[in-house]
Design a protein around this ligand. Structure first.
Ligand code: PGA
Length: 249
């Protein structure tokens, strides 16, 4: 069982312009008044990282990117490096989200290379794994997710801060969630895979659950064995919803 403090991270995906920072400002006001019982992070689009950092600077809210390139710099039009995210104020970065694995063809090896880049820039990676509905129905969820963990986590992680996020692809943005037993089964398997890969260095990293987390289901999910936090998409866009999840810790 993880001893780490829980991490509640909001993934804004490709949502948000300058005025959306009002939600981050509102969250900040609330968390300045009532300290959260967990770490809290917001991962806006890259264009907002610097302004988000200014908005929440000096508060307990951390800022993360949603992806980075594996290279430190160079001729990669349209891409953002880990160093650029750090320079803009991020201390975290989501890597290997299923929307990048499916939509942009990212492999486990690509994700592992990005993790190395994130570590080199001093960022804490949140490495996402998760099975498709087809794989779940074929009884392959544990095997698929364990394999993703083994292949996406480079050995260099063991002395660094990082998190893994288990996000069943079929639960993302659908309102569907696995049963608590299914969440526990996969989280326990993820822990075993992290430790198999990294040894003792993998015993404490938080394993977040992601996929349709909302204020009404957060408490029961966060109480499941080996659930070390949540990666929240839709419900992180509004301060009030995100606060409802933070308060469930
Ligand atoms: P969701 O997204 O909370 O909207 O299901 C989660 C995620 O994709 O990280």
């Amino acid at each position: 069982m993880t001893e780490s403090i829980k991490l509640i991270a909001g993934n804004w995906k490709m949502n948000g312009v300058g005025e959306s920072l009002e939600e981050a400002a509102a969250l900040r006001v609330s968390l300045d008044a009532e300290a959260a019982n967990c770490r809290v992070a917001l991962c806006p689009p890259a264009t907002l990282i610097e302004r988000m950092s200014a908005t929440v600077g000096g508060s307990a809210i951390e800022v993360g990117g949603q992806d980075c390139h594996a290279a430190a710099s160079g001729a990669f039009t349209g891409s953002v490096s880990a160093e650029m995210l750090a320079d803009a104020g991020a201390n975290l970065v989501i890597l290997g989200h299923s929307e990048r694995r499916t939509g942009f063809g990212e492999t486990n090896a690509d994700v592992a290379a990005k993790v190395e880049a994130a570590l080199a820039a001093g960022l804490e990676p949140i490495i996402c794994v998760g099975e498709t509905l087809e794989q779940r129905e074929a009884g392959e969820a544990v095997a698929v997710v364990s394999e993703q963990v083994m292949q996406s986590l480079p050995q260099s992680l063991s002395c660094n801060a990082f998190a893994v996020a288990y996000e069943p692809v079929w639960a993302i943005g659908t309102g569907l969630t696995p049963t608590l037993e299914q969440i526990e089964e996969v989280h326990v398997a993820v822990r075993a895979a992290i430790v198999a890969r990294l040894g003792a260095g993998g015993e404490k990293a938080p394993i977040l659950y992601g996929g349709s987390v909302k204020p009404s289901n957060a408490k029961e999910i966060l109480n499941v064995k080996e659930v070390g936090g949540a990666l929240v998409g839709g419900a992180s866009l509004k301060a009030e919803d995100f606060l409802g999840i933070i308060r469930a810790v």
